[in-house]
Design a protein around this ligand. Structure first.
Ligand SMILES: *Cc1c(COP(=O)(O)O)cnc(C)c1O
Ligand SMILES: [Zn+2]
Length: 423
């Protein structure tokens, strides 16, 4: 049984029954899932959650579907890794990396898709569709296969070859569209009005899809021993994930599952939330820097293709969260992104895709500026696996040297004399 009360308009607060609906019929504002927190709070305990499965469905009570028999490949409950060596390099203290590279299809998108397709199946849909910058494509194709649904996935034709292959392999329809993600998204919105019998995960079932990102907050709190971090750094594409991480932390406080930190009781956000963007696609960072109320669309040009949304649907709401909680939005160059991927790999043994590089490079920049502080408990969300974006490196990372199979050649390549004093 789910605790969903209604879909509620984020602009005018009108309520709708929880069906396949994403925009307010009155003001066209986006709809969000509302719950009966009183009933939920009476039933939900830390113990009940801990006894659940080792994936996001342990938080099924906080999700907008009946969790019996979800469409699942086991998304979530990924490691929260204490990152002391990275912290030392960045001049930080208690730093954690949420390692979402370790999801079934290698990105955090599995969290949102398992919720979206479970709901889609519940609503009677037979086809799952989406517009994607790559990771969503992988995840929709895989989960549709798992559910025995047909999938129709649309992506920009310049996508990384790996993401094409790892979508196509699941046997659904994959359409490479000549244009940017924003063109693909517009096309998808048009398609959605023609095919109301298809579940478009980021259009007509978007309110449900988006809720899956709350589990990134739930897991961090549980893995810290039912404690909130002080500050989190989150990558921004559409901005949905960032807004839902904030919602997740607020729900935990509301339900009494964690205590609000004493020093933050007077603010309306229990955890500071900062956003990360690539300089080649930084509409939210630009609005933040300018103190603007409006997110102006940009044309995206960055190696961080999974974040390359020039016209972010939730950009304004992300900005609102960052301002309310006392965070910031930073942006970093592609060169910094590649350096940060190598820094994370070298210090913690985690290989992130370009979006993870954006997060770590932005964390470094915010630490330099004193926005992220050494006395805070900090969590950086690393949301995708490096094997997906190896192309971004070209030939700049490779073997130290090619040597003959002779010990002298090895020593020479390593810059050692034949005999080295033991260290
Ligand atoms: C989609 C994506 C994000 C951010 O998604 P939002 O649209 O902002 O919710 C972050 N990281 C990766 C790897 C992604 O694929
Ligand atoms: Zn409305």
């Amino acid at each position: 049984m789910s605790y969903v009360q209604s879909l509620t308009c984020r602009e005018c607060a009108r309520a709708y029954p929880a069906g396949a609906l994403h925009a307010c019929e009155f003001c066209f504002g986006p709809l969000e899932v509302s719950y009966d927190y009183e009933a939920m709070g009476a039933a939900l305990t830390r113990e009940r959650i801990s006894a659940g499965p080792p994936d996001i469905w342990r938080y099924g009570d906080l999700l907008p579907v009946d969790a019996d028999g979800p469409v699942s490949l086991g998304a979530g409950f990924t490691p929260l890794v204490r990152a002391d060596r990275l912290a030392a390099e960045l001049g930080l203290g208690e730093l954690w990396v949420k390692d979402d590279t370790r999801n079934p299809t290698g990105s955090f998108k599995d969290r949102v898709v398992t919720v979206a397709l479970t709901k889609a199946r519940e609503l009677g849909f037979k086809v799952a569709a989406c517009a994607s910058t790559g990771n969503l494509a992988n995840s929709v194709a895989a989960h549709a296969a798992r559910a025995g649904m047909r999938s129709v996935v649309l992506v920009p034709s310049d996508l990384e070859a790996v993401k094409m292959l790892t979508t196509a392999v699941f046997g659904g329809d994959l359409l490479a569209v000549e244009g940017s993600y924003d063109d693909v998204n517009r096309l998808c919105a048009e398609l959605a009005s023609e095919h109301d019998d298809w579940a478009f995960v980021n259009v007509n079932v978007r309110p449900y899809y988006a809720e899956g990102s709350k589990t990134l907050a739930f897991e961090v709190a549980e893995q810290l021993g039912w404690r909130l971090p002080d500050h989190v750094v989150v990558p921004i594409a559409s901005g949905s994930q960032l807004t839902k991480i904030d919602k997740g932390f607020r729900e935990l406080v509301e339900l009494g599952l964690v205590e609000a930190r004493i020093d933050r009781e007077d603010t309306s956000g229990p955890v500071r939330v900062s956003g990360a963007q690539a300089a080649g696609c930084a509409p939210v960072a630009a609005a933040f820097a300018a103190g603007a109320d409006h997110v102006r669309p940009v044309k995206a040009a960055t190696i961080a293709k999974s974040l390359a949304i020039g016209n972010p649907a939730d950009g304004w709401y992300a900005l609102e969260v960052v301002r309310r909680t006392g965070g910031a939005v930073g942006s970093v160059s592609d060169e910094e992104v590649l350096k940060a991927i190598r820094l994370l790999a070298r210090t913690e043994g985690i290989f992130a895709e370009t979006a993870g590089g954006v997060t770590i490079a932005t964390l470094a920049a915010l630490a330099r500026e004193g926005v992220v502080r050494g006395d805070e408990t900090v969590v950086a969300y690393v949301t995708g696996n490096g094997l997906k974006t190896v192309e971004a490196f070209g030939s700049s990372v490779g073997a130290t040297a090619t040597v003959a199979a002779r010990i002298e050649d090895v020593a020479e390549a390593l810059g050692e004399s034949a005999w080295k004093e033991p260290m």
